[in-house]
Ligand binder design. Structure first.
Ligand code: FES
Length: 580
């Protein structure tokens, strides 16, 4: 991404003039219109900081957006800039059909084009719910305008009959208990009132919290900004500082490519592993990195996972919630522990290096949320990359959320052809399934569903759930919510809808999972697989019109972040992490 140190480059309302063929007239007209809103020439001569407003009645995870915007504006004005708020697409997990991931790239395009189209010297990206932060960083990376991420922050936790609860690990836990008939309709309704105790993002280490931590690890947000809950004074002070810093990066022309470097992405991958972060984090990191000409080296990621312990004790892999992480010092506490494994020279949005920011955060103190390197929650990182004839280009398993007993397992496949087939048959009392079987769901990849929904967390069949079965090996080409848990193999590549080997699995086949050997094998010989391929060729899905057509024609596989092929720079991407 080009950045300019040219002091004669136009700033503020002088940049990006609308085409009327007469630059002087374009500026004259622009000023005339904005003066209609009461601005003076003195205000209009300041550097302009755009503020991407993703507040929406459909998005309670961004319910504090008005207060955040007020604090950002205060910071911008204090630092001598002019804040200009503008709307973009907003996405909430539970209100986007068929899945928010289907629309993430649309939000990225909207963000990129609105940053580019409107005059601004820097932009503050206010996001939070799962897909919004990746969409904003993808768009900002491509727009090339100085940008700083501000997350909305986590929700508070609630209480149910003396037990602390929060979205959405506890949503799934209680729903599983309801399905198993351990609790009744009245109790599940009572829990429903308590799971989301305030506005803000999910209170566990789900995708939103993961992306908040990754944004800080990338150096693209204010140090200490990942963890303050949405409704706290700390969150508002972070917003004010974000506004002030936005004016600084506008003046210094600190463009995203100078912050989002190979070293920054390596730091983010390290943090993803150490927090036991959401598997979605790796898809989103691949998408953001892809905009800057990088591609994740999955074998190197697996090596990193083997040497990076899980240190953060948050649900779904551990015990605590985001507000506890904040009280334990947040990212500074984690980064201090991870120092030997980090690229400390990576530049951050403050103009200082990550190492300098860790030093500036002060000394450690006693707490029980972030473990020291020599006393981890899990000795190895949260993720493992699997390969084999069922996933020749790779698959992911979140080891930290899996049942240790099932990580070396061979079983009989019980296959569902797509999400509708699963919904129709999973609870059928006649379903031929035992706890030792392996549930396989096809056609929920980027093109398959489409949009790669979070349907990879297949429910335990009702009759087994009632018998007390809590976990089974489950395999799909889809994603899973960062708040979910279980022995779940995800992102199988290539996906079934484009003819990946997953398409040819049949009920009754044997499958072997070995996390120790990083293996995912279909124990069916090649001749039989070739016969099945010839008998039932795959028809890749398409659409006649609209965004769905654009999506199906252009979406890349999960290892490239499920971005659109025309949004990544041409040429062969550079592998990250780079060799040390
Ligand atoms: Fe928005 Fe979980 S639904 S962060």
């Amino acid at each position: 991404m080009a950045h300019s140190d040219d002091p004669s480059e136009p700033i503020g309302f002088h940049r990006g003039l609308t085409s009327y063929g007469d630059a002087g007239f374009s500026l004259f007209l622009r000023k005339a219109f904005i003066k209609g809103a009461g601005y003076s020439d003195a205000a209009l001569d300041r550097p302009v900081v755009g503020i991407a407003d993703t507040g929406s009645a459909y998005n309670p995870c961004h319910g504090n957006a008005p207060a955040l915007i007020e604090a950002v504006r205060r910071g911008v004005l204090m630092a001598g800039g002019l804040p200009m708020t503008f709307p973009t697409v907003s996405l909430h997990e539970s209100f986007a059909q068929p899945t928010s991931m289907f629309l993430r790239n649309l939000m990225a395009i909207d963000t990129e084009e609105m940053i580019r189209a409107q005059p601004m010297d820097a932009v503050v990206l206010i996001g939070g719910c799962d897909k919004t932060v990746p969409a904003q960083l993808m768009g900002a990376a491509s727009a090339g305008v100085p940008a700083i991420q501000l997350v909305t922050g986590s929700m508070l936790t609630g209480g149910h009959r003396g037990e602390r609860v929060g979205a959405c690990t506890d949503c799934r836990r209680y729903w599983a208990r309801f399905r198993a008939e351990e609790i009744d309709g009245a109790e599940i309704a009572a829990v429903n009132d308590q799971l989301v105790a305030s506005v803000g993002t999910c209170s566990v280490m789900g995708t939103a919290s993961t992306m908040a931590c990754l944004a800080e690890a990338l150096g693209i947000s204010v140090p200490g900004s990942a963890s303050p809950p949405a409704t706290t004074a700390d969150r508002m002070r972070v917003a004010e500082r974000t506004g002030a810093l936005a004016v600084r990066i506008a003046r210094d022309r600190l463009t995203p490519d100078r912050v989002l470097t190979a070293d920054a992405f390596e730091n983010a991958m390290r943090v993803l592993l150490a927090i036991g972060g959401s598997t979605n984090g790796i898809v989103h990191l691949a998408a953001i990195a892809g905009r800057l000409g990088f591609a994740i080296d999955f074998d190197a990621l697996d090596r990193m996972a083997r040497e990076t312990p899980v240190l953060v004790d948050l649900k779904p892999s551990g015990r605590h919630y985001m507000e506890d992480f904040h009280h334990a010092g947040g990212m500074a506490t984690l980064l201090r522990e991870l120092k030997p494994l980090l690229r400390l020279d990576a530049l951050t949005i403050t103009g200082r290096t990550l190492g300098e920011e860790v030093e500036a955060a002060g000394p450690p103190f006693a707490q029980d949320v972030v473990r020291p390197l020599d006393r981890p929650i899990h000795p190895q990182g949260g993720l493992a990359v699997l390969r084999g004839n069922l996933a020749p280009e790779g698959a992911i398993i979140k080891v930290s959320a899996a049942d240790a007993r099932l990580m070396e397992h061979e079983g009989r496949a019980v296959v569902f052809e797509n999400a509708e087939d699963l919904a129709r048959r999973i609870d059928d009392p006649a379903l031929d399934v035992t706890a030792d079987d392996i549930l396989v769901l096809k056609n929920i990849g980027p093109k398959g569903a489409p949009g790669m929904p979070e349907a990879g967390y297949l429910p335990i069949p009702a009759k087994l759930a009632r018998a007390g079965v809590k976990d089974m090996v489950r395999i799909s080409d889809g994603r899973m919510s960062g708040t979910a848990f279980g022995t779940i193999v995800l992102h199988v590549l290539p996906e079934a809808a484009i003819g990946g080997p997953l398409a040819w699995v049949q009920s009754g086949d044997r499958i072997r999972l070995s996390v120790a050997r990083r293996e995912l094998s279909l124990l069916v010989d090649d001749t039989e697989l070739e016969r099945r391929k010839a008998e039932r060729p795959v028809a890749t899905p398409g659409a006649a019109r609209g965004y769905r057509k654009l999506y199906l024609d252009s979406v890349l596989q999960a290892d490239r972040g499920a971005d659109f092929d025309f949004l990544v720079p041409p040429g062969v991407p550079a592998k990250i992490p780079t060799a040390r």
